[in-house]
Design a protein around this ligand. Structure first.
Ligand code: KG4
Ligand code: ZN
Length: 338
């Protein structure tokens, strides 16, 4: 059988990225140009600036990709692109680039849901063992998804308000840590003690989550301490916050794995880089005889490698888009994703 080379393009937020992956699992080359430095001074991503940066970066990224890779555009089987969800102005840059390349070089265009990409980043390290459960934890999503076959997604629970990454970033901002706050909180959390009185967020029998309550609790606690003239112990607060959210995330995903009788859990999304979350979940998985798979740290946050991996499986399923494909800012990951 001929090898399938997918060119993936991702520009949904503040990373401009392109990648070539062979047969859905073998990374040939990847370029990720992050705009973190540009947005840090604003404390978060500024959408208008993000889309302008994507425009400046996209051709540089593609040129570097083909310089690095030992393949040419002629070797590419299909072009996979993130069409949503994300920031519209940002998405459009990658999308129009992919459409233009597909048109000029007469290649099939494969639309990829950003979250399908995060899930399929796990193909870089492991085979999927169906049925499986994946915990999606990113800046925009917190979901438990059941997969009983390749490229089929059934959401069994999700956040009712903030995404977990959003909560990490907000808590970091309140205690004076730079954007993006997730890695900063995660690093501090390994140095402190669990001393603060914070609630366990939506610690119930459902598979849903809620992080706005614990976020508000941290904001109130910091303001109260400031009014009393007390210093907040940042490391202890980071430790307590991370312990609470990790406790509920891991408890619910293990419960789902047991209820649906799955033997494999995939971690997906930017917060999958958290050492605290990985550590606790791997302990619980070992205890319950479940295999835990997590992407390489570099491919937990946004990148085009995951889009090319997902794009291969979407391509194999016959998922295609025409030149009318448009970007969408919000869209559920559906069972028959297309
Ligand atoms: O998946 P991602 O790159 O973008 C979205 O699709 O949203 O996720 C970004 C999120 C940010 O909220 C960031 O703070 C968080 O992932 N994050 C982390 C870590 N690394 C990135 N959160 C906790 N611990 C980390 N090590
Ligand atoms: Zn993402």
């Amino acid at each position: 059988m001929d090898d399938v080379y997918i060119l993936g393009i991702e520009s949904s937020c503040d990373e401009t990225s392109a990648s070539i992956v062979k047969n859905g699992t073998d990374e040939i080359a990847t370029v990720i140009l992050s705009q973190i430095d540009v947005h840090t001074k604003y404390g978060g991503v500024v959408p208008e600036i993000a889309s302008r940066c994507h425009i400046e970066n996209i051709t540089i990224v593609l040129e570097k990709l083909f310089d690095d890779a030992n393949v040419t555009i002629d070797d590419i089987t299909a072009i996979a692109v993130t069409y949503g969800p994300g920031l519209i102005g940002s998405l459009l840059v990658g999308l129009e680039t992919a459409k233009t390349l597909a048109l000029i070089y007469n290649k099939p265009l494969v639309p990829v849901h950003h979250i399908a990409g995060h899930i399929y980043a796990n193909k870089l390290v492991s085979k999927f063992n169906f049925p499986l459960i994946t915990l999606v934890v990113s800046g925009g999503h917190t979901e438990i998804v059941l997969m009983d076959e390749e490229y089929s997604f059934k959401k069994i629970g999700s956040t009712k308000d903030d995404a977990i990454g959003e909560a990490y970033d907000k808590v970091a901002r309140v205690i004076g840590l730079p954007y993006p706050g997730g890695p900063a909180i995660d690093n501090l959390a390994s140095t402190g003690n669990d001393t603060y009185d914070l609630p366990y967020p939506l610690d119930d029998d459902t598979y849903d989550f809620s992080f706005s309550g614990i976020k508000s609790a941290v904001i109130n606690l910091v303001h109260n301490e400031q009014q009393r003239g007390n210093e907040v112990n940042k490391a202890d607060l980071a430790t307590t916050f991370q312990n609470r959210v990790v406790s509920v995330l891991t408890k619910k995903v293990i419960k789902a794995a047991l209820e649906y009788n799955v033997k494999q859990i995939l971690l997906s999304g930017g917060v999958a880089a958290s050492k605290g979350l990985r550590g606790e979940l791997s302990k619980l998985c070992e205890k319950n005889n479940i295999e835990l798979v997590a992407p390489p740290i570099k491919y937990c946050t946004d990148n085009a490698t995951m889009i090319a991996c997902a794009g291969y499986y979407a391509y194999k399923k016959g998922i295609r888009a025409g030149m009318e494909l448009n970007a969408v800012s919000t869209k559920e990951l559906t069972r028959e994703e297309r």
